[in-house]
Write a protein that binds this ligand. Structure first.
Ligand code: ZN
Length: 131
């Protein structure tokens, strides 16, 4: 199992749904992060905004205190991502990215279809939260 998120996801994909064995392996390897990610997925904290008619997609993961703007496999707004991924380079992802990835694989997220005219307003709200 690779350390990067893609490797982890390939592993999940190979198994179709997540087998108990995979879950245990992920739990062992990623500990808290995996548990927290699964909890988020189970509570439908992952939201997919689809803007019409552009088709632009924005992923949001609702954390304990804030909503985080997430770019799949790449970026999350949270402190954990900033500290452990960007600064310390300890991990490739935070649990919000993990949650988004699991949710996308399982098609277990909430979808909001919104008009493009709402993009600026929503985007400003999401950006504001990072301060
Ligand atoms: Zn995060």
């Amino acid at each position: 199992m690779g350390d990067d998120l893609n490797g982890v996801l390939d592993e999940i994909e190979k198994q179709g749904s997540m087998m108990e064995e995979t879950r245990e392996a992920l739990q062992k390897k990623y500990g808290l992060r995996f548990g927290q990610a699964e909890k988020l997925v189970a509570s439908m904290a992952v939201k997919k905004y689809v803007f019409k008619p552009s088709g632009k997609i924005v992923w949001i993961v609702v954390g304990r205190e804030k909503e985080y703007f997430v770019i799949p496999k790449l970026y999350c707004q949270c402190d954990d991502f900033y500290i452990n991924v960007v600064i310390r380079r300890k991990m490739d992802f935070c649990y919000h990215l993990f949650a988004q990835a699991i949710a996308e694989k399982r098609v277990s997220y909430e979808i909001f279809n919104v008009p493009d005219s709402d993009f600026r307003r929503l985007n400003n709200e999401w950006k504001k939260q990072s301060v």
